[in-house]
Ligand binder design. Structure first.
Ligand code: MSK
Length: 656
């Protein structure tokens, strides 16, 4: 099981993160192969990377690479059926949007189902934590929040509905956004009116979350949609159904059940693990189970059990977006981002890695076999076929009991640790949990609860603009380096950064989520604002699913006035410098369709079809006010975003 990498890997050449470098050295010493090794020994397919490999039927795969030197004259490339490079690249792109949207949508559905079980009091493990948010969601879902009650004087007056009765109706109405077949999903109607008008003109307002994904997949079947523009139109419906639907409802209902995040202190990097504690890592995306593991791991009986097994306590930390969920609501430590998952096990100090869905590398099971770590799968959608994984299925009706079972297994595994445990001496303090509500409060100046002071600072130029920098790590590019370079360049130019997912974690590890970093990295205007308010220059807004918070923050900025009537008019830009997952493409497309100029690093599988690429990179702007771009060099990447922000400032007449 221990496989030596064929070519030696220099850890310093593949990551800027010191803890990751140290653990890669340990992996080499222990003879354990990781994704970093395979990225050296296995080349990516050039045709797939261009997006022009078609395998939607069994007559292929038909491979249509761009000829060396580009296309001269007419592009005569065709698949067996006659599919053009445009159709092939657009279909491949569409399938990524569909899968990414499905991932978020299915996550959201799970949240709604638990929410309904909670509202029906079928489970005591969950409850309503944020009634204000419940009211807000009820309003946009058109669920009445009051009922008329007749008083002793015979006069009828409105009274607030009982919380769980209201939650029941909210849950049912939310679920109906998935199954609806016509009309417009209600959560999307929160977009600024000018944006809604754009969508209505283009006929892309999502009709139902599931419907748009299914229709998009149907259109990519052999011999269906053969017009790349028409395919992209359906991509917009599906992606908007994600950002303004599945993701948004997931975020909002999670906030109701677990609390809306407000800034709190936390710590990040592999150094958060404790040698003398039982270390449990929750990894994946859904907070439904991890919230229960938080409770179970702090119960006195469980702590006592850990002591009996020789540990001083239980350390619960997160990986990937589950980490973000428990961080922004509980301040619990984050062990690392996507590319660190195998390396957490390489420390030899992790008793259990508890996984749910998305971004879980299959290789963790192989790495775990080299140590004592138990991999515990919990979701029937995501099993790992390997002898050493255990499946403890999570059911919302017995959530806390399931969590206890998991924590107990981890505790029982503590005595099985093998010699050679090594925890890197690297962790950083950070502040995270900037929901749209928290931004309103912290940047609201004397007017807490208003975005106006933020807008004023953008108008007076102290803050030049807003950037959303999000997304994954990717083993094909230097770990964390793209995120950090792009973000530091933006900060220098007084651009405030909103971040989520693994990008936010890269920032945390580099100290950019500490308020003190403002004076080190920001231009004078942004530094002044951050120091006055006491916030970091990069605002960690949560998990991938919480990119919907960025959409709503942008909507609040539009509503506050002075910066145009639509998201597309804001001095703002989006970026995913190290993207890797299909969800990132869905997110990128809902940002573009929401009017945001969005730059990806690290390649985009559309370059094999220059016509399709031109449509995404240029023509979409005429339709949506937002467009795609690709820039591999992180300095040029940031420059392009800043140029766009400057262009928007000029259009608003801000820098006269
Ligand atoms: S975890 S989707 S690697 S951000 Fe959300 Fe990180 Fe990307 Fe997964």
């Amino acid at each position: 099981l221990k496989k030596k990498a064929k070519k030696a890997l220099n850890p310093k050449e593949v990551t800027v993160d010191v803890a990751t470098q140290q653990m890669l050295e340990k992996a080499q010493h222990d003879g354990v192969e990781t994704i970093f090794d395979r990225a050296v020994t296995m080349k990516a397919c050039n045709i797939g990377a261009q997006g022009t490999c078609c395998k939607v039927c069994s007559q292929g795969p038909c491979r249509l690479p761009l000829p060396k030197g580009g296309i001269e004259g007419d592009d005569t490339r065709k698949g067996l059926c006659g599919a053009t490079p445009e159709t092939i690249a657009a279909r491949n792109f569409a399938r990524m949007v569909a899968v990414g949207s499905a991932a978020h949508g299915d996550h959201g559905r799970g949240v709604v189902e638990t929410f309904i079980a909670m509202a029906n009091r079928e489970t005591e493990d969950y409850s309503v934590h944020d009634t204000e948010k419940l009211m807000e969601v009820a309003q946009y879902l058109n669920v009445p929040t009051t009922i008329m009650v007749e008083g002793e004087d015979g006069v009828k007056r409105p009274e607030m509905r009982e919380t769980y009765e209201l939650a029941r109706d909210v849950g049912q109405k939310a679920l109906a956004q998935w199954t609806s077949q016509e009309g417009e999903i209600l959560s999307a109607l929160q977009a600024p009116p000018a944006r809604l008008e754009v969508w209505r003109d283009l006929d892309v307002v999502p009709r139902g979350i599931d419907r748009e994904i299914v229709e998009l997949l149907h259109r990519t079947h052999m011999g269906v949609d053969q017009d790349y523009r028409n395919l992209v139109k359906q991509c917009s419906r599906a992606a908007l159904a994600d950002g303004w639907g599945g993701s948004m409802l997931a975020t909002d209902l999670q906030d109701i059940m677990f609390g809306t995040p407000y800034p709190m202190q936390g710590e990040i990097n592999l150094g958060v693990l404790k040698e003398d504690h039982v270390n449990i890592l929750v990894h994946g995306h859904e907070p439904l189970l991890s919230e229960m593991i938080v409770v179970a791991s702090q119960e006195p009986e469980m702590l006592e059990y850990a002591k009996q097994k020789g540990a001083k306590g239980i350390l619960l930390a997160g990986m990937c977006c589950t980490a973000n969920e428990i961080l922004v609501r509980h301040g619990l430590p984050t062990a690392g981002n996507y590319l660190q998952q195998e390396l957490a096990i390489v420390t030899g100090a992790v008793e259990a890695m508890v996984v749910d869905v998305q971004c879980i590398m299959e290789n963790i099971a192989n790495v775990a076999e080299c140590y004592h770590t138990k991999i515990i799968t919990t979701n029937p959608r995501a099993m790992i076929e390997s002898g050493n994984t255990t499946h403890i299925e999570f059911d919302e009706h017995s959530a806390l009991e399931d969590a206890r079972k998991i924590v107990r297994q981890a505790v029982e595994n503590f005595p099985n640790r093998r010699p050679g445990v090594m925890i890197p001496n690297a962790k950083e303090p950070m502040v995270a949990g900037f929901s749209k509500e928290a931004i309103k409060y912290h940047l609201g100046g004397a007017f807490r609860g208003s975005y106006t002071p933020l807008n004023d600072n953008i108008i007076n130029g102290r803050i030049r603009g807003i950037a959303g920098v999000v997304g994954c790590n990717n083993a094909r590019t230097m770990h964390d380096s793209g995120h950090l370079t792009v973000i530091k360049e933006l900060l220098k130019q007084d651009v405030i950064v909103l971040s989520t997912g693994c990008s936010a974690m890269a920032c945390g590890k580099a100290g950019l989520l500490a308020p003190e970093s403002a004076k080190v990295y920001c231009g004078p205007g942004l530094a002044e604002v951050c120091e006055t308010v006491g916030i970091p220059p990069v605002l960690h807004m949560g998990a991938c699913v919480d990119n919907s918070r960025i959409l709503m923050a942008a909507t609040e900025v539009v509503k506050a006035g002075g910066l145009g009537k639509d998201i597309s008019e804001l001095p703002a830009a989006g970026s995913a410098p190290e993207w890797m997952s299909e969800k990132a493409i869905a997110i990128g497309h809902y940002f573009v369709a929401s009017g945001v100029y969005t730059v990806f690093g690290n390649g985009l599988p559309v370059t094999g079809s220059p016509k399709f690429q031109k449509f995404l990179f240029e023509e979409l702007e005429n339709l949506y006010g937002g467009k795609w771009d690709l820039e591999l060099d992180p300095y040029a990447h940031a420059r392009k975003m800043i140029e766009h922000i400057n262009k928007k400032r000029a259009a608003l007449g801000l820098d006269k």
